[in-house]
Design a protein around this ligand. Structure first.
Ligand code: COA
Length: 186
């Protein structure tokens, strides 16, 4: 299994993979921003095995906390699931994070909408906590934040600091509008 950086060349392929895994949240603009910004802490990767794409992963940073790097669109194509790719891709993403100057590796998920990820996250990350923030989207109070330390230091909980899931969801809608307007998918 190897990870291939998402660039301008494979951006549409990455979008199609992300959209097939997350049909309710196609996120062209977030993927495009990561390509355009050329920031080491904002990247996506397609995962390949034997020359075939099996999934996607990525990293990004929340502006309010410079110690943490977050897991971005992580998933395995439906027909490739339960073969060990998910764990391998997640491990490979942590290796990428370890090379960057961050203390904590985190991700948010929903116990309702991403239930398939919970067994993996429970065994992979150091801690989990419920995300409760009345200002933000929490998917009917089902959002969980998972965190691990990237150093020898013990991981600090996120403690319900505002993430901005609401804005991420809005970006998905804007991305679809952008694609339609620019006829990029026709
Ligand atoms: C979560 C996901 C990436 C797992 O990918 P995968 O390739 O099936 O995972 P793996 O085969 O590596 O399995 C990882 C572990 O989870 C367990 N697991 C995987 N799918 C499971 C399921 N549906 N129910 C229970 N356990 C499951 C496996 O037993 C395995 O345990 P082990 O490593 O201790 O043996 C995949 O289900 C997926 O893409 N889901 C949709 C997208 C998503 O929700 N992503 C998370 C967004 S936050």
């Amino acid at each position: 299994m190897k990870l291939v950086l998402v660039t301008e060349k494979n951006l549409i392929e990455a979008y199609n993979v992300q959209k097939s895994i997350f049909p309710e949240e196609p996120d062209y603009l977030f993927l495009k921003n990561a390509v355009d910004k050329k920031d080491k802490a904002l990247k996506h990767y397609l995962a390949y095995d034997n020359g075939k794409c099996v999934g996607i992963t990525g990293v990004y940073v929340e502006n309010c906390d410079k110690d943490s790097i977050w897991l971005s669109w992580f998933g395995v194509l439906k027909e490739k699931r339960s073969k060990g790719y998910g764990r391998k891709i997640l491990e490979a993403t942590r290796v990428i994070c370890k090379k960057l100057p961050f203390k904590y590796f985190r991700c948010y998920t929903s116990s309702k909408y991403n239930a398939s990820a919970l067994p993996l996250y429970n065994s992979f990350f150091d801690i989990s906590e419920k995300y409760e923030n009345s200002e933000d989207e929490t998917y009917e109070n089902t959002t969980i934040i998972y965190s691990s330390s990237l150093t020898n230091e013990k991981v600090k909980p996120w403690n319900n600091k505002y993430i901005g899931i609401k804005e991420y969801d809005e970006l998905c809608v804007q991305g679809e509008e952008f694609l339609n307007k620019n006829s990029l998918m026709s």
